[in-house]
Design a protein around this ligand. Structure first.
Ligand code: SF4
Length: 353
């Protein structure tokens, strides 16, 4: 038995049974209606799990609907070319997820029968312990417990477990055996979703709704009134980076830079150019200054208007002239598309005045 369990009321198997029943009943009654839950299928579950990594449900919803229209099955996705797949993902970020999902579809679609065990799923592109447990428990009723950030929050609070974890991933790894012991093996998919739903909708990071929580009577920190102390995660060092971006136009086109293929997380995606100082001249205006956070880095990106030297080697810097009409068709990183639209509007208004 897990050490944490031995000191808790959930050490009694009867209490664990009751806890599972309460959670399953609550989930049955209060779960959010989400498109991957209504008429579920393996494909919908897999797509939603890929999209939800590092991304909020509210952000995912429109993308999920469009994706299903464009690629309704593993077979349709497997047949698509990479350009179309990336375009369908445009704006969701972390494009390696789209590439891995594409590769996974190519592996899965020719199979006569799809293996149901978590070990097989772990061998597929983009699938780690969390995703394999989520997919196989939800789609195949496999007794595999998930332990994501929401589950970590719920468990550390229920057990008032104050261990300082170096990051979320190590907390998930450490608490997975406990999650496994609590799992309802008759309804693992619903139980897993219930735990995650509880973390997402009741056991909030700040101001959790303990008074209406279905498992309050099993939760040590909820009863004590100090749930926000858990989980204890080491503070990560933030870094700050300034980036200079270039707005260069000619006739009816904008100069964009396409990240090289390979390991680059943005491989194949277009952005406003950077690192081309030697190729530009005639600095004009600062058009915009943008802040955004990626992981632990706080970026400040300044977009300046410049002209390009006539002898600039476009290929060397992966630069391409993209006509305004073509902009719609290519895959541009989400924030950059917004910035481009904003700057074009700015110019349109100035010309108008
Ligand atoms: Fe979270 Fe409060 Fe429920 Fe405990 S009682 S699981 S802290 S919402």
């Amino acid at each position: 038995m897990n050490n944490l369990l031995t000191k808790h009321i959930l050490k009694e198997s009867k209490n664990r049974e009751d806890f599972r029943k309460i959670l399953l009943t609550w989930y049955g009654k209060y779960q959010r209606e989400l498109p991957w839950r209504t008429k579920p299928s393996l494909y919908k579950t897999v797509v939603s799990e890929f999209m939800l990594q590092q991304t909020r449900v509210s952000t995912v919803l429109p993308y999920f609907a469009n994706w299903l229209k464009k690629f309704p099955s593993f077979t349709a996705l497997a047949k698509a070319n990479e350009e179309d797949v990336l375009k369908g993902w445009e704006g969701l970020g972390y494009y390696s997820r789209a590439r891995n999902l594409h590769k996974l579809a190519k592996t899965i679609s020719p199979l006569k029968s799809i293996p149901k065990d978590a070990k097989f799923w772990l061998t597929l592109p983009g699938i780690g312990p969390y995703a394999s447990a989520a997919i196989t428990s939800i789609s195949f009723n496999q007794a595999e417990a998930v332990c994501d950030g929401n589950v970590v929050r719920v468990l550390t609070r229920i057990f008032s477990h104050g261990e300082l974890f170096k990051d979320g991933a190590s907390a998930q790894k450490k608490l997975q055996p406990l999650a496994q012991q609590l799992l309802d093996t008759t309804e693992p998919g619903n139980y897993n979703q219930g735990m995650m739903e509880l973390g997402a909708t009741v056991c909030h990071r700040q101001s959790p709704l303990c008074t209406t929580c279905p498992v309050l009577s099993y939760c040590t920190s909820g009863q004590r009134g100090d749930p926000e102390m858990f989980p204890a995660l080491a503070k990560k060092k933030k870094t700050f980076e300034k980036i200079k971006r270039y707005w260069i136009t000619r006739d009816n086109a904008l100069l964009l830079q396409r990240a090289k293929t390979g390991t680059n997380r943005l491989a194949g995606i277009y952005e406003l150019p950077k690192d081309i100082e030697s190729e530009v001249k005639n600095k004009k205006n600062l058009l915009a200054k943008k802040r955004r956070v990626i992981g632990q880095t706080d970026y400040e990106e300044s977009i300046y208007q410049f002209s390009l030297h006539l002898n600039c080697d476009l290929d060397k810097h992966s630069l391409e002239w993209i006509s305004w009409d073509e902009l719609k068709k290519i895959t541009i990183s989400g924030p950059h598309r917004k910035w481009i639209e904003e700057i074009r509007r700015l110019f349109a208004e100035q010309n108008f005045q």
